[in-house]
Design a protein around this ligand. Structure first.
Ligand code: SF4
Length: 371
């Protein structure tokens, strides 16, 4: 079966980067005036040449988002099930070489966490685990889905990459969405940040959205970890990946997230700093490039930033999040995967959303709509 790897290997990181940095104000104006944005236009929108056009980009992004999504923000919350992990990732608190207490929630503990999440108002949950083939395997995911399905209208998962048949097994148990972040599309630097474990196989990870799409999963989430490499070039490759997937697996919906490297115990300093203004530019560029795309912002970002980005293209937000297994009730003191920046409760974030004239929606869709 062909995959995105075949297309990806026809591109050179160095050439793409040079092309982005050579874009001019004329290229940006042309992208902003285009009826349908191309990948060349997207390069212009994420280039340094677009910085003086940020207000224009923000206005266009806001208008397109209002037209397609209305004044609605979908609310979701992560439920960390396990911090067991076989991989070494240089930027993560759960890395195999970090000497932390490991924990995988059992059924009773999961239901304690679910009860708290339901009290917070959520009907849409994102299940998160480290990547451990034995302790958090397909059988575990299946049992968790069976356990929690009656309590949520939408279940998303961000766990180890699986085989197509594994996604097919999990789908009937209520798996609606799978997120898999490439972290960086810079193949050589990817190796430096993932020296051990299954995650060190760059191509296997790169092909994961193909396997998710082929399994017919409703929504696929993409993204990179901003700070590992040049964010403009990584954004281009994400957009290329998205464009390929939308053609190949047109029945699925797509979302993009923008995680910026956050501090954690023993953590890595970002190689490339991205300013708040540049993050706004990136969010607006994606919206102008693709009107249908869901754009998500997590509690990694500050209260101030999240308040201000709300109207500029974002369609979903987490709030009140904990990034440690058992973090809501069972074991609040355990080590977090990364530090939260916006520490407001879900009720406080919902009030902020309403104060801006938008409506927080606690679920994505209803399971009764599944065919
Ligand atoms: S990023 Fe994921 S795979 Fe890497 S160490 Fe953390 S939990 Fe494990």
């Amino acid at each position: 079966m062909s995959s995105f790897v075949d297309l990806f290997e026809g591109y050179s990181w160095t050439d793409v980067k040079a092309s982005i940095y050579s874009k001019t104000a004329v290229d940006v104006q042309s992208a902003l005036g285009a009826e349908k944005c191309t990948l060349e236009d997207f390069m212009a929108l994420v280039s340094p040449a677009a910085a003086p056009f940020l207000e224009h980009m923000a206005q266009k992004s806001r208008d397109l988002t209002l037209k397609r999504f209305g004044k609605v923000i979908q609310m979701y919350v992560p439920l960390y099930l396990s911090n067991e992990c076989n991989n070494i990732c240089t930027y993560c608190g759960f890395s195999y070489d970090n000497k932390v207490k490991r924990k995988t929630l059992n059924a009773i503990e999961i239901m304690q966490e679910v009860a708290r999440i339901k009290e917070m108002g959520y009907d849409h949950v994102l299940l998160v685990t480290g990547e451990h083939n034995l302790k958090v395997d397909v059988a575990y995911f299946k049992s968790v889905l069976q356990l929690i399905r009656p309590h949520f209208a939408h279940i998303a998962m961000e766990v180890q990459p699986l085989e197509q048949q594994d996604y097919e097994v999990l789908k009937p148990f209520g798996l609606n969405t799978v997120l898999v972040y490439q972290e960086t599309y810079h193949k050589e630097d990817y190796k430096k940040h993932h020296p051990k474990g299954k995650k060190s196989n760059f191509n296997y990870r790169l092909e994961t959205p193909d396997r998710i799409g082929a399994a017919g999963i409703h929504k696929i989430g993409l993204g990179v970890l901003i700070g590992l490499e040049d964010w403009r070039t990584d954004a281009f490759f994400t957009a290329l990946h998205l464009t390929y997937l939308e053609k190949q697996y047109w029945q699925s919906k797509y979302s993009i997230s923008f995680p910026r490297l956050r501090p954690f115990s023993g953590g890595l300093e970002p190689k490339v700093e991205m300013s708040d203004t540049e993050l706004v530019q990136l969010i607006c560029a994606y919206r102008i490039f693709n009107e249908e795309l869901e754009l998500s912002i997590s509690t990694r970002e500050s209260e101030h930033f999240r308040n201000n980005i709300l109207k500029l293209g974002i369609t979903s937000m987490s709030a009140g999040s904990k990034t440690n297994p058992g973090g809501y009730v069972v074991d609040p003191q355990s080590l977090e995967q990364f530090e939260i920046s916006d520490e407001r409760s879900s009720a406080e974030v919902a009030a902020m959303i309403r104060s801006q004239g938008y409506e927080p929606v606690w679920k994505d869709w209803d399971n009764c709509l599944m065919l």
